[in-house]
Design a protein around this ligand. Structure first.
Ligand SMILES: Cc1cc2nc3c(=O)[nH]c(=O)nc-3n(C[C@H](O)[C@H](O)[C@H](O)COP(=O)(O)OP(=O)(O)OC[C@H]3O[C@@H](n4cnc5c(N)ncnc54)[C@H](O)[C@@H]3O)c2cc1C
Ligand code: FES
Length: 270
């Protein structure tokens, strides 16, 4: 069920000079959210910035009885709206519309789940990790960032029993380089008869490289694509993605409606 709410900021936890986690009181959104869903958020009461911006639902917050009370967003400050969300104070209000989009399809054992996150692409995986572990799915997080200071929530994932494979571009934690490099090795070493579902979110080049590895190794792969989204509801066509058709041609889908989670092998990456 879609909910449009003026959500109170419950807390704002700064993780670094660019990243924060914003907790919003939005019980209706929280109750309906599934891993991979997003919300459209308007950070300012004024007309600047005019349009809402898309954010993955990072966590669902619950009270002591287990009832959903709100959501968090993992926010990376890159422009006006994300800057306002970084600066938001508890007690302020933001407009929040959601949950929107097509979420991840969650596997069951004996399939394993490998989540591949680049930078702020970690955002949909806290919730997905909880759901996978609740089903008893063995889960690995391949997580790459620029430096150790930008690898967040590691203890959260460890406490869920998630295996971590980490890379940093400057070598300050985990393996130096990009996350697709250890992913390539793990995929190549994996016995063909052992089922693995890949879930990926991050920069487009990382998604394209992950898709290419998945296709080469014959593994299913769901990617959450990032597109500029003007409305989040199918009205503006700012978010189109070229996809293959069954007849061998291609057509455009709107990432806000058909996605943001799409089958990696159906996307035309060039
Ligand atoms: C489905 C979805 C989920 C997302 N989830 C998160 C999240 O959980 N946390 C988070 O921090 N960000 C997320 N984003 C990206 C976020 O929406 C943008 O960073 C935000 O819109 C930027 O707004 P701004 O006003 O701060 O900057 P703007 O001025 O709007 O943008 C700054 C620059 O970034 C570019 N840009 C804007 N949006 C995108 C985009 N989607 N992809 C690539 N470049 C873009 C602009 O062209 C411009 O050059 C998500 C995007 C999508 C589509
Ligand atoms: S964001 Fe407007 S159609 Fe997708």
């Amino acid at each position: 069920m879609l909910v449009d709410v003026t959500a109170e900021v419950i807390a704002n936890t700064r993780l670094s000079s660019a990243y924060n986690v914003l907790a919003l009181r939005a019980p209706g959104v929280a109750a309906a959210a599934e891993p991979g869903h997003f919300v459209m958020v308007k950070a300012a009461a004024s007309h600047d910035p005019l349009l809402r911006r898309p954010f993955s639902v990072f966590e669902v917050l619950r009270d002591h009885s287990g009832a959903s009370v709100g959501i968090t967003l993992l926010n990376k400050r890159i422009g006006p709206s994300t800057g306002l969300l970084y600066a938001a104070q508890p007690g302020q209000f933001v407009a929040c519309l959601g949950p929107l989009g097509h979420p991840f399809t969650i596997v069951d054992p004996p399939a394993e789940a490998w989540m591949i996150a680049g930078g702020v692409g970690l955002a949909p995986f806290a919730m997905l990790a909880e759901r996978l572990r609740a089903r008893g799915v063995r889960t690995t997080l391949f997580y790459g960032a620029r430096s150790a200071a930008e690898l967040f929530y590691l203890d959260f994932f460890r406490q869920l029993g998630i295996n971590l494979v980490l890379t940093t571009e400057d070598g300050s934690m985990g393996e130096p380089g990009r996350i697709v490099e250890p992913l390539d090795r793990h995929l190549t070493a994996r016995a063909r008869h052992e089922p693995v579902m890949l879930y990926a979110c991050g920069p487009e080049r990382m998604l394209a490289a992950t898709a290419s590895l998945a296709i080469r190794c014959g593994r299913p792969c769901q990617v959450s694509v990032e597109r500029v989204m003007g409305c989040g509801m199918g009205g503006c066509y700012s978010c189109v993605v070229p996809m293959r058709t069954a007849e061998g041609g291609f057509h455009h889908v709107r990432a806000c409606l058909t996605g943001p989670v799409l089958a990696a092998d159906q996307i035309l990456w060039d």
